[in-house]
Design a protein around this ligand. Sequence first.
Ligand SMILES: *[C@@H]1O[C@H](CO)[C@@H](O)[C@H](O)[C@H]1NC(C)=O
Ligand SMILES: *[C@@H]1O[C@H](CO)[C@@H](O)[C@H](O)[C@H]1NC(C)=O
Length: 450
Amino acid sequence: MSSTWIGVLLLVATVVVQGQDPGSVQTPTAFTKGQTTNLHLTKGEIIDFDKRITEVGATFGINSTFICQTPGLYAFTYYGLTEQDWELWVEMYKNDELIASIYGYTYADYADAGNAAIVHLDAGDKVYLKAHDDYDQTLYGQGNEVYTTFTGELLYADNVELDAVNAYGAVGFSGVMTMNASISDGSAVIYDKVITNLGNGYDATTGTFTAPVEGTYVFHFHALSHSDEEAWLELFHNSQYVVASYGYTVGSYADAGNSVLLHLKKGDTVKVKARPGTDVKLYGDSDEYYTTFSGALLSPTLHGSGHNSQQEIAFSVGLTHNEASTNGPKVVFDRVYVNLGQALNVNTGVFTAPVSGIYAFHYHVLAQQGKEAWVELYHNYKYINSLYGHTSGSYGPGGNSATLELVAGDTVFLDIQHHDSFLYGGGDEVYSTFSGYLLAPTASHHPVVG
Ligand SMILES: *[C@@H]1O[C@H](CO)[C@@H](O)[C@H](O)[C@H]1NC(C)=O
Ligand SMILES: *[C@@H]1O[C@H](CO)[C@@H](O)[C@H](O)[C@H]1NC(C)=O
């Protein structure tokens, strides 16, 4: 090729890159894998899921190992349900680095566990789920009972034009607790090891996240109690109670978590504290990361830089009263944290996508004492995945996530009509939540005006 042609090509390439709005540079990447049969794992095995629920721009290597193509900030969530009377012990790795662990076991019962991590990935980095090296295990799954899932979302790509990871205000953190903690005075949980701290919002000495910029943020927190102890945690926005998680299992360790979206002003704080008046005993070790706290700013391009190319669509709601399937087929939440774009109908519990795009959903519940909660996520009338919460003699936590590719007008909701379900909630006991947000709009089926 002649040097003139190379010069012309370079010129064209430069013009194309400079002509792009930094807010639109990202290549959507999102996936959710699920398991539709019982899955027996031998020690150290990388999980190979049998169902692709969503796969947009995602590449996989050995078994279900995600391989990053687009450098940027990613969120990963995973959930598992044991087969009856089995243990589950699954770890999430970024390359060779442990980033989260889950453990579940309930005598003569099924046990639900989940965790999350927010990490920055470079091209070629891998994220995967692995059975712990010491345990063979069996996870439960059926065609219409998908509890065991693995979800990854590109929150936003690095900005190649600005040549910096967070030149436009990207914020994301993940902290994990590597020590055992016994908290009886209602103080904050200290996640002492920092996995990610883009934007430097998280302080590992106090366990506090301080918003570096105003915007809508997503948070996830998970914990494992010591055997026969409680994991009862509450997330606070400044001094205001937001949501909680509760786990207690007779004769075993208990896993519980929650997620929420909040609109924060610059300088607002978010932290996770132990329930006052309760002895909370959390499990942590240098190579066991059950107790985690992570969060990220959604849609940073909407804040500050003026590149306002995309409408912000995000909702997060919670339940402040007991709810049962006898009251109706869908879960209708009564406390609204965020409903940007008003896409969630708070009277029916149904989300309707205002624009075509890739969306992420997270849901959690706590079953009433001794009772069951079976909650199913639907896309229009198509079953996606579920949670099952039941712990003999105690309250049963459960959770799940999915990314979905929606066409404008598609609906997403939580359904409890197929089984008897009893969800627990109170004014300052919000364990059951439903959150969702637009990750990236996709080419519309009708012209976009504006
Ligand atoms: C991949 O999954 C298969 C089962 O589907 C398992 O036998 C194999 O050991 C796994 N590979 C790795 C590297 O873990
Ligand atoms: C946490 O407690 C468990 C069980 O008592 C123990 O095996 C483990 O070593 C402890 N971890 C640390 C970091 O002390």
